[in-house]
Write a protein that binds this ligand. Structure first.
Ligand SMILES: C[S@@+](CC[C@H](N)C(=O)[O-])C[C@H]1O[C@@H](n2cnc3c(N)ncnc32)[C@H](O)[C@@H]1O
Length: 188
C-alpha cells in the first residue's frame, strides 16, 4: 500500500486529526457533497458544518447526499460564494476545506477563481480558531487552466509567518497535473 496519498486523501487525513465532535467547520466548495458529508460525520450531532456553493445544482446534490446519510441536520447549506462567508458565520471555526475547480460532470465554465478564492481564504483565516486548519486542494491544467493555481500560490507565500504556517505538497514527477495540497495552520 502506498504511503504517499493523493492530495484529497491527505487533506482528509489531516482534517480528521483535528476536527472533533462539537466543532464548527466550513466546506467552502460543496460540489457533490463528499467533503461536506465527511465533515458532518466528524463534527457529530453537536457540531455544525457550513457548506457553500455558487451552484444550486451542487447544493441540491449535497442536500440529497446528506439526507441519504442522515446528516442533513448538522449542516447549513448556503447557495452563495465562499467569498461572502463572513455574512453567514461570526463564530470561530476549527477547519475550512476548499476543493478548487469545477463541479465534476457539471459545467466546466463555472469554477473557482483566484480573486474570490483568495478573499475566501483571507476571511477563513480571520475566523480560524487557534491551531485550526485550512486545506485547499488545487486542481489545475486541462479545463481549469493554470491562472488560479499561479495566483493562489503567489498569494499564500505572502501570508504572515508570525501567525500562520503554510505548507504546499506537490507531486513533481507525475503526469496530468496531479492536484496540489495547500495547508494553512493558525498558531498565534
Ligand atoms: C471541485 S468542486 C468541489 C467538490 C466537492 N468538495 C465534493 O466533495 O464533491 C468545486 C465547486 O466549487 C464551486 N464554486 C466555484 N466558485 C465558488 C465560489 N466562489 N464559492 C463557492 N463555491 C464555488 C463550484 O460550483 C463547484 O461545485
Amino acid at each position: 500500500m502506498c504511503i504517499l496519498k493523493n492530495s484529497l486523501v491527505q487533506s482528509h487525513e489531516l482534517i480528521a486529526r483535528i476536527v472533533k465532535e462539537g466543532d464548527t467547520v466550513i466546506d467552502a466548495t460543496a460540489g457533490n457533497g463528499n467533503d461536506t458529508a465527511f465533515l458532518a460525520k466528524l463534527v457529530g450531532e453537536t457540531g455544525r458544518v457550513y457548506s457553500f456553493d455558487i451552484q444550486q445544482q451542487a447544493i441540491d446534490k449535497t442536500r440529497e447526499k446528506l439526507y441519504e446519510l442522515n446528516l442533513l441536520e448538522r449542516v447549513t447549506l448556503i447557495n452563495d460564494g465562499h467569498e461572502n462567508l463572513d455574512k453567514y458565520i461570526n463564530t470561530s471555526v476549527k477547519a475550512v476545506m476548499f476543493n478548487l475547480g469545477y463541479l465534476p460532470k457539471g459545467d466546466h465554465g463555472i469554477c473557482t477563481k483566484a480573486p474570490t478564492t483568495i478573499q475566501a481564504v483571507q476571511k477563513s483565516m480571520d475566523r480560524l480558531a487557534m491551531n485550526g486548519l485550512i486545506t485547499v486542494v488545487v486542481y489545475y491544467g486541462g479545463d481549469s487552466g493554470f491562472e488560479e493555481k499561479e495566483q493562489f500560490l503567489e498569494y499564500i507565500a505572502t501570508i504572515d509567518c508570525r501567525h500562520y504556517t503554510v505548507m504546499k505538497t506537490d507531486f513533481i514527477n507525475q503526469v496530468n497535473c496531479p492536484p496540489i495540497l495547500v495547508c494553512i495552520e493558525k498558531y498565534q
